[in-house]
Design a protein around this ligand. Structure first.
Ligand code: C2E
Ligand code: MG
Ligand code: MG
Length: 536
């Protein structure tokens, strides 16, 4: 057996340090017959612990022996015993076998440990972290659990390369780990995600440490560059001494995700937040089913002519009827936009609207141009236009009866896509409108670049303090739009003063609570009967 297979020196060191010789005793018992070690040596070996040859011993060895580069010095415990070469040989062989055994045990232990450690960060991984926390048997009510994600870490990897990225991860892991006391725990979940279980009274200190660190990294030109990285922190304060697993990692993870989405450095998870996150999951899970069941319904908000107070159009706005509760689009639209399912809702709203228009026509009712909203995300579907045109044709909708509302964009690629969309709609007699006008970046260029039929000036223009410069800007937008025969609608008109003001700027079309809230279908029909349209 070569020395490389096992580390005899390391083994001897361990034996010298070890206080428990139980394993050794057991091993000696097992091997003594094979090795013909005399009873006396065996006794000597076990009781004196001198089996390990201690060069630092002040005693004079009674016998010395060298083999395979190791020096063995034998010390007498029993004065009557004289070591023989055979003894030495046997003991040396025994040591080797034990060292090998020991090596196996160590490597098995390492294997177990490696399942508990993150090699990238040299601290516990998720399993190790949970195990460590549970093994401490702590009073949870005195702790906070944390989840930390390093901000813009992808950028570090790109700018400095993965090796430097790894170095930063190790560095940060060490910072956290050095901070943690034995009754606390820190773990690395992979990537740039960390967890920590810290005594509550140390919260501030921990947050100070974890939220920012500075490190020198080698850039691609091999120069050291000092950069500061931030940790986005989500945390949970245990309310009682009870560990429900999700509270250790999922709750702070939820808070961290929420903090990232909302560009906050730190968020504590609360009941309300958990509910809102769960409702996201709820929407994602139930959307298709609820849509098919007809639980997404359309509300109709009429648009009014300010001068005559008559209806000139209507906007379809989605609502979710969820177990008797009405959920507003502000809740579900962003979620469906995120997971890309918004197009299903938008086409559903469009189709429902088209069906209504066809029905109204067949009943001989009045019809006003009806708008529906298309999310920017829908443009990712290259067949969006065809899908819209197919629906509109299927229901025999006439030009100008449907208006598709889109929103502005500053992204050039998206702009190109939007221009193509508007052009195709134009060709097919479908009107388009720019919603939330003025909240984007391109405002005036929209009028120049896109042949839209309508712009809807965003509510934020009317519900803030209007400066003189605003008046000039909005006034000239309205002026230009009028000249280009683009209809201007003011959104969010809530008071007569606002209506008058809008009129004074040259805009006579408004949508807002002053005139009507979005209404369920039957109420909208009643309103149409009651008020009448400008087309009467
Ligand atoms: P939007 O398209 O700009 O629709 C106008 C929103 O302003 C509606 O909110 C409406 O209820 C609200 N509003 C109208 N007048 C007033 C007012 O005088 N005061 C105030 N405070 N609010 C007023 P809603 O229905 O909650 O919809 C919010 C947004 O959700 C919509 O803004 C639209 O962007 C989106 N949305 C609604 N339905 C759909 C849909 O089917 N598909 C897509 N993609 N988005 C939709
Ligand atoms: Mg709209
Ligand atoms: Mg709007």
């Amino acid at each position: 057996m070569g020395d490389t297979v096992f580390d005899l020196k390391g083994f001897i060191e361990i034996l010298n340090k070890s206080s428990s010789f139980d394993d050794l005793k057991l091993a000696l018992e097992t091997y003594k017959e094979d090795l013909h070690i005399s009873k006396l040596v065996l006794k000597t070996a076990i009781d004196s612990c001198e089996l390990v040859l201690n060069k630092n011993s002040l005693d004079v060895p009674s016998f010395s022996y060298s083999k395979n580069g190791y020096d063995y010095l034998f010390y007498k415990v029993n004065d009557n015993y004289e070591f023989t070469l055979d003894d030495a040989n046997n003991i040396e062989a025994l040591l080797r076998i034990l060292a090998m055994e020991h090596q196996i045990v160590i490597s098995e232990k390492k294997l177990v440990d490696s399942e508990l450690y993150s090699h990238q960060a040299n601290i516990y991984n998720v399993t190790g972290y949970i195990k460590k926390v549970c093994s401490m048997n702590p009073d949870y009510s005195k702790y906070n659990s944390y989840y930390i994600n390093l901000k813009a870490f992808g950028l570090i990897n790109r700018l400095f390369g993965p090796n430097e990225g790894d170095y930063a991860i190790k560095h940060y892991a060490k910072l956290l780990n050095d901070f943690a006391n034995p009754d606390e725990a820190v773990g690395h979940l992979g990537g740039d995600n960390f967890v920590a279980f810290i005594k509550r009274f140390r919260h501030e200190e921990f947050v100070n440490l974890a939220s920012k660190f500075t490190i020198k990294l080698k850039n691609k030109a091999n120069e050291l560059e000092e950069i500061t990285l931030s940790g986005v922190i989500g945390y949970y304060e245990f309310e009682n001494n009870q560990l429900v697993n999700e509270r250790l990692i999922s709750y702070p993870a939820m808070a961290c995700q929420y903090a990232r989405n909302n560009k906050k450095p730190i968020i504590k998870i609360t009941k309300e937040l958990i509910e809102s996150v769960n409702s996201v999951k709820d929407i994602e899970k139930k959307f298709k089913y609820e849509l098919n069941k007809g639980n997404f319904v359309i509300y109709y908000q009429p648009k009014f002519d300010i001068v005559t107070s008559k209806i000139f159009g209507v906007e379809a706005l989605a609502r979710w009827h969820k177990n008797g509760e009405i959920v507003s689009p502000g809740v579900f639209v962003p979620i469906l936009e995120k997971n890309g399912e918004i197009i299903d809702l938008d086409l559903y709203v469009l189709e429902t609207l088209c069906r209504d228009i066809r029905n109204y026509r067949s009943y001989g009712y009045k019809i006003v141009p009806a708008s529906c909203n298309i999310s920017r995300r829908d443009f990712e579907d290259p067949n969006l236009e065809d899908k819209i045109i197919r629906i509109i044709n299927e229901y025999g909708i006439l030009p100008g009866e449907i208006i598709i509302e889109v929103t502005e964009t500053s992204n050039l690629e998206e702009k190109d896509r939007l221009a193509k969309f508007i052009e195709k709609m134009n060709k097919n007699g479908i009107y388009t409108s720019v919603d939330d006008f003025g909240t984007g970046y391109s405002t005036l260029s929209v009028l120049r670049d896109f042949k839209v039929n309508e712009i809807k000036i965003d509510r934020s223009f009317i519900n803030r303090k209007i400066e003189d410069s605003d008046k000039i800007i909005i006034g000239s937008i309205i002026n230009i739009a009028n000249k280009l025969k683009i209809q201007v609608v003011f959104e969010g008109i809530e008071t007569i003063e606002q209506a008058k003001f809008v009129l004074s700027l040259g805009c006579s079309r408004a949508q807002g609570f002053l005139y009507s809230k979005p209404l369920p279908k039957l109420e909208f029909e009643a309103k149409m009967q009651e008020i009448g349209t400008i087309y009467d």
